[in-house]
Design a protein around this ligand. Structure first.
Ligand SMILES: [Zn+2]
Length: 138
């Protein structure tokens, strides 16, 4: 038997895509990002929970501290210098800050926070619009 729970979060952030990309997403623009994390386990804890939903909020805290109201930019985007200079919030990424890569970044944090010998971070879904998003599986 495998149990699975999910938790959803929202955050607001701007991004643009400039690495090997030409198109309208090269323009800085914002999204109300929607995140859904799925955790799996084959057994429950002493409270008969996979994990207390309250404990999953530490991921929301990481998102709020790092991504919320930030500009998400690829490390070689020339806009990084301006954002830093103007002391605005920035989150620098190793790849284009696509939904796929943002899902990857959140997956890495979720693994750091929740993965143990009982709990597996199954997948992270990141939607940048109501109709567009990406999902990453471990
Ligand atoms: Zn976008």
């Amino acid at each position: 038997m495998t149990y699975e729970i999910f938790k959803e979060f929202r955050f607001e952030a701007a991004h643009r895509l400039v690495k090997n990309y030409t198109g309208k997403c090269t323009n800085n623009h914002g999204h109300s990002w929607h995140v859904r994390i799925h955790l799996q386990a084959n057994s429950l804890d002493e409270k008969d929970m996979l994990i207390d939903f309250q404990e999953v909020k530490v991921l929301k805290q990481w998102i709020d501290d790092n991504l919320d109201h930030a500009t998400l930019l690829w490390e070689n985007d020339p806009m990084c210098a301006y954002i830093r200079q103007s002391e605005q919030r920035i989150y620098v990424t190793l790849k284009n800050p696509t939904s796929e890569h943002i899902a990857e970044i959140i997956m890495q944090q979720a693994i750091r926070l929740f993965q143990n010998n009982r709990i597996n971070v199954a997948c992270v879904e990141v939607n940048e619009t109501c109709t567009t998003g990406a999902k990453i599986y471990q």
